[in-house]
Design a protein around this ligand. Sequence first.
Ligand code: SAH
Length: 371
Amino acid sequence: MSVASDAIAGRGDLVGLSRAELAAVMAEFGAAPFRARQLWHWIYHRGAVDFGVMTNLAKPFRERLAERYVLGRPEVSSAQLSQDGTRKWLLRFTGGQEVETVHIPEEDRGTLCVSSQVGCTLTCRFCHTGTQRLVRNLGAAEIVGQVMLARDALGEWPSQQDRQLTNIVLMGMGEPLYNFDNVAAAMKIVMDPEGLAISRRKITLSTAGVVPMIARCGAEIGVNLAISLHAVSNDVRDVLVPLNKKYPIAELLDACRIYPGSSNARRITFEYVMLKGINDSPAEARELVRLLKDIPAKVNLIPFNPWPGAPYECSSDEAIAAFSDIVFAAGYSAPVRTPRGRDILAACGQLKSESVKARRSESQPAAAAAS
Ligand code: SAH
């Protein structure tokens, strides 16, 4: 069992424990099992950060809890608001590492883009996060903490029907299938109907294609799947998404064909970043259609979001429209993803922790100037 330790006070954090873990901690603490259920409700339905507010628990019990435990939140290093309403938080965890979390409000829903790792090991050529050294995986508490923090900032406790945080995409920093156990533990907490209550149908996990983990993702958490495809030939994909050398396109698509829970009503999203002159020709659009045959698929075309020093340019509006038309005419939905929060570097592929950038610029001024 892991009760993350509060470095300063030596108290354990109860946020991020599964129901079973919380029950075990309470049993050890000498509390009746229903106390664990009451705590769960306070933590994940009401968003309590202080045991003092838990008025259905006896005062001496609350005081004992406060001596031993905390209800932690990630520390907010900075918060930015885009002209389009998108918010980005730079969050700092114990140990000083930072990640970014983004909230994207839309008319009929609000999506939180959650990070799964500090940095990323994948080095996709067009992604800003890939230029950052991986520091570490996030723990379950740190992943859940991003959702809790967003609920705090949006003023959404207790959990209710009419809310601005309705959907979650695991599309922030990191490769979620390289940190599957912690991502799965966190999503089970987030999906619990007596707490944050975000259903698996409102959660989408995006992967660059860690093929051996895809089936487990479907079987164990059953969330929607998105694949960062970005190219239709191995030659091009090997360069854009180096993980392709390990798990080439055919194997990746085979794993999609048997993804548990996918159906015409619950399609797999194929993300395709539009890079001028690299992957955006009509012939490639036709090849994409051919590859997706027999997969319940929808395509999401992502205009390339620039970042300082990026080696690519975004395709022209005409090229994107022509590509979309071909995919659409073959019977697939192929919307172009509207970039959100570009002015605060919150759009797809633009996330990167400032802390690491700052450290780099101190030690390698030349490299920092170029990036
Ligand atoms: N590692 C996972 C989760 C990150 S999702 C994955 O690769 O799917 C982030 C999404 O943004 C991915 O589809 C990624 O390919 C895309 N992306 C990365 N850099 C981008 C950029 N500069 N412009 C647009 N999309 C980008």
